[in-house]
Design a protein around this ligand. Structure first.
Ligand SMILES: CC(=O)N[C@H]1[C@@H](OP(=O)(O)OP(=O)(O)OC[C@H]2O[C@@H](n3ccc(=O)[nH]c3=O)[C@H](O)[C@@H]2O)O[C@H](CO)[C@@H](O)[C@@H]1O[C@H](C)C(=O)N[C@@H](C)C(=O)N[C@H](CCC(=O)O)C(=O)O
Length: 483
């Protein structure tokens, strides 16, 4: 499913990348590139990358066995007969540059919008894709769990897939004559050059809160990773109610701004009214109605509306198109039930996202939350999630998320540190289904039960990145049927 196959010569490759030295075996022609030996094939270039779990150099032999005829590497390697080698300083950059070349730079033939920030990436990018489809007649999206290209839903390995996957999806869009695409740019993705060399028309920054410090170590590094998008996008938009959004504007003064609070913003949500489970507000005189009660939904709408207007759509057309938007699954999604309980599915997995959810329910409501935390979050992050629940007097049902290399008991102990600081109540039910059953059984009509973290994912990651099939929605359906 590569799209139009272009054969690239060795000479083409070395004229497009920076390299230290090379050894050319024969006249070779490359039609694919990968950094995963398991995906190597005939006429494939394999890029050896030193990653967080292993070193790609140890897979060179197996990539060659599978047919790879060109190896891009940084370390000393033993050269095999008939195989070509190029030594580079930056293998991720080389991977991106060669991938862009193989696919004939599809991003240059499209209008790409990339959304970054700790929260709101999925809703904002899917909303932008929806509006682009309604207004410009075609659109696609790439993000958490999958890419949507026309009627096709393509599973993706990461929120921001690696460059070879992104280019493959872009090529597929062009085959289908789709020229507008919105994607989520995660900080890992930006840092690992998964979007390197792409032509990005609009880069959007939503907000930044404590997350992924296991990877970035400091908030400053985390912010810098996000700003890779701003360095590369032709136009930028930022939420200036967020302190990091303000910083982005200072660093990139041409940034178009959006806000609820700041009068100076280019796009502002005004006349906000919350009533009967809906929020109504105006942007540049046009009314928007959200069937949601969470404030952060206003920011997602502001970002999308500002972007579409900057792309040339009129505010009136945006307003009309928006009326047809049905919302996104697992984003403050009410699940109908006969128990009179407000059961809400949400993908939230940061302290700020938790607080935003709890803040949006009517004051005085009882809140029960079912959640765990990923294995690759640090102790401080887990304590802060505990604090978020404690602050809002949430009853926590601690369970399993994606423990990866950690273990669930240890993760939950670290959440309890944060809960204890607020003397908050909790129980532990390690099986997610048990946890859901417990929460729904204890809830009374009118209470809020939040099922957090898994959203539309169809797995739980145990033992590293090993995926065990799991569906939050299906599990909930089973629990509701039992009761
Ligand atoms: C920590 C991290 O970001 N890891 C990502 C990274 O892996 P890595 O470079 O560390 O690779 P590694 O597993 O150490 O392996 C080293 C090299 O050997 C190769 N290899 C490995 C095994 C083998 O048999 N053959 C082989 O060639 C690997 O392909 C890799 O090139 O590059 C891989 C390819 O792009 C990603 O799939 C992988 O995502 C893992 C699964 C992951 O969990 N990433 C998370 C943290 C992530 O990226 N999350 C963000 C969303 C964050 C958010 O919530 O906003 C995302 O965009 O998904």
């Amino acid at each position: 499913m590569k799209g139009k196959i272009i054969l690239i010569s060795f000479e083409d490759i070395i004229s497009h990348i920076s390299y230290i030295d090379y050894k050319k075996a024969n006249d070779i022609a490359i039609e694919a590139i990968t950094n995963d030996s398991r995906k190597a094939n005939k006429a494939t270039a394999f890029v050896a990358i030193k990653g967080s779990l292993s070193d790609g150099h140890t897979y060179i032999a197996s990539a060659i066995k599978k047919g790879a005829s060109l190896i891009i590497h940084t370390e000393d390697v033993t050269c095999e007969e008939g195989i070509s080698y190029i030594r580079v300083n930056d293998p991720r950059k080389a991977l991106a540059q060669i991938s862009n070349l193989i696919y004939d730079f599809p991003s240059k033939k499209m209008e790409l919008v990339a959304v970054t920030g700790s929260n709101g990436k999925t809703t904002t990018s899917r909303l932008i894709a929806f509006l682009m489809g309604e207004i410009f007649g075609d659109s696609a999206s790439i993000g958490t769990n999958n890419a949507h290209v026309g009627d096709e839903i393509i599973p993706t390995s990461n929120t921001t897939p690696d460059i070879t996957e992104v280019n493959r999806i872009l090529a597929k869009c062009l085959e289908k004559n789709i020229r507008h695409l919105a994607l989520e740019a995660s900080s890992h993705g930006l840092d690992q050059k998964r979007l390197f060399g792409l032509d990005i028309a609009y880069g959007i920054f939503t907000n930044l809160s404590e997350e992924h410090l296991d990877y970035h170590k400091t908030m400053d590094n985390y912010f810098k990773a996000k700003m890779i998008l701003f360095e590369n996008a032709k136009n930028t938009l930022a939420n200036i109610d967020d302190p990091y959004g303000k910083r982005a504007k200072e660093l990139f003064p041409k940034t178009i701004t959006f806000s609820i609070d700041e009068e100076s913003a280019d796009y502002r949500a005004e006349d906000i009214v919350k009533k009967d489970g809906k929020i109504t507000f105006k942007i540049r005189g046009v009314e928007f109605v959200l069937n949601k009660i969470a404030n952060y939904e206003i920011y997602n709408t502001l970002a999308a509306v500002a972007c579409l207007n900057q792309m040339g759509a009129s505010m009136e057309d945006i307003g009309e198109a928006f009326k047809k938007f049905k919302g996104i699954k697992s984003r403050f999604e009410y699940i109908e039930n006969d128990l009179g309980i407000n059961i809400i599915l949400d993908f939230a997995h940061t302290p700020r996202a938790y607080e935003a959810l709890f803040e949006s329910v009517p004051k005085g409501s009882n809140i029960i939350a079912v959640f765990g935390i990923n294995g690759d979050r640090n102790s401080e992050f887990r304590r802060l999630i505990g604090n978020a629940c404690g602050k809002y007097k949430v009853f926590s049902v601690l369970t399993t998320d994606d423990p990866k290399f950690d273990n669930v008991d240890h993760i939950n102990e670290e959440i309890i540190v944060g809960l204890d600081e607020y003397k908050a109540d909790y129980v532990i039910r390690k099986e997610r289904k048990d946890a859901m059953r417990y929460a729904i059984k204890m809830a009374k009509p009118g209470d809020y039960v939040f099922l957090l973290g898994k959203g539309e994912e169809n797995f739980i990651k145990f033992h590293g990145n090993e995926k065990t099939p799991y569906s939050e929605r299906e599990t909930l359906r089973e629990v509701l049927e039992e009761l």
